[in-house]
Design a protein. Structure first.
Length: 144
C-alpha cells in the first residue's frame, strides 16, 4: 500500500490542490497526501474558483499554499500523480529516480486533465469533474 502520494500540476493553485483534497478525503488516515507544482506560484493560495468548487463539496482548501516540486519530494513519496504527460516528463528530467512511480491521475480513463487557470467557472467545473473521475478510479484501485 502507498503511504504517501504527491499530486503535481503547474502552478499548484488549481488542479493539484483540488485533487490533493479529494484524494485525502478518500484515503486512509495513515496515508499522507500533498501537492506541488512544476512551475509553482510559491506561497499563493488556491485559485478562488477552486476554493468555491471545493467548498460546494464541503471540502476546505483555504489553508493551501502553493509549493514548488523538488527532487526531494519525488524521493519521499511512493506515488506521484500528474495531470498531463508533459508533467511526467518534466519530473523524470529533474528526478530520474521517480521513474516508475509517476502516473497520470487520468490513467485509468486514458485522459489528461487540462489547466483551468484563468478560464470560466464552467470550465473549472468541467476540469474538477475530470479530476473527480481520476481520483475515484485511483481510489478504487488503491483502497478497495
Amino acid at each position: 500500500m502507498f503511504k504517501s502520494i504527491l499530486v503535481v500540476c503547474v502552478g499548484n493553485i488549481c488542479r493539484s490542490p483540488m485533487a490533493e483534497a479529494l484524494l485525502r478525503s478518500h484515503a486512509p488516515e495513515s496515508v499522507r497526501v500533498e501537492s506541488a507544482g512544476i512551475g509553482a506560484l510559491v506561497g499563493e493560495a488556491a485559485d478562488p474558483s477552486a476554493l468555491r468548487l471545493m467548498q460546494e463539496r464541503s471540502i476546505d482548501i483555504s489553508a493551501h499554499r502553493a509549493r514548488q516540486f523538488t527532487p526531494e519530494m519525488a524521493r519521499r513519496n511512493d506515488l506521484i500523480l500528474v495531470m498531463e504527460d508533459g508533467h511526467r516528463q518534466h519530473i523524470h528530467s529533474i528526478a530520474a529516480e521517480a521513474r516508475g512511480k509517476v502516473h497520470m491521475i487520468g490513467k485509468w480513463g486514458d485522459m489528461e486533465i487540462p489547466d483551468p487557470y484563468k478560464k470560466s467557472p464552467e470550465y473549472f467545473e468541467y476540469v474538477l469533474g475530470l479530476i473527480e473521475q481520476g481520483v475515484d478510479q485511483w481510489s478504487s484501485k488503491l483502497w478497495v
